[in-house]
Design a protein around this ligand. Structure first.
Ligand SMILES: [Zn+2]
Ligand SMILES: [Zn+2]
Length: 100
């Protein structure tokens, strides 16, 4: 098992009972599905336009979430259509969201 993988696994925020983690083989079997789940959840929180930054702005016309930079760019180019569904929106329809 490559060292980097172990490193990654040990830093996952929510692992199952640590008593099951004594053998590397068991660790792989137990933790990898959790890693996949976490990756899927993280992807869900990433902006669908740039796929890099966290979603932190919402378009209240259609309730789609994107990152502030992508929405800002959209507003500046006067394109002003939701990248997700094409609904027209203006600066007043954009609200910041806080994922606590
Ligand atoms: Zn973005
Ligand atoms: Zn939309």
């Amino acid at each position: 098992m490559p060292r980097s993988r172990i490193h990654f696994v040990l830093h996952m925020p929510c692992t199952q009972s640590r008593t099951d983690l004594n053998s590397p083989a068991k660790r792989t079997r137990l933790i990898l599905p959790i890693c996949v789940q976490v990756a899927a959840q993280r992807k869900l929180l990433r902006c669908g336009v740039c796929d890099a930054r966290q979603k932190d702005c919402i378009i209240t016309k259609c309730w789609h979430l994107f990152c502030q930079q992508c929405i800002q760019k959209n507003l500046e180019t006067r394109h002003r259509k939701c990248p997700g569904c094409g609904a027209a929106f203006g600066a007043a329809d954009v609200k910041q969201v806080y994922l606590a």
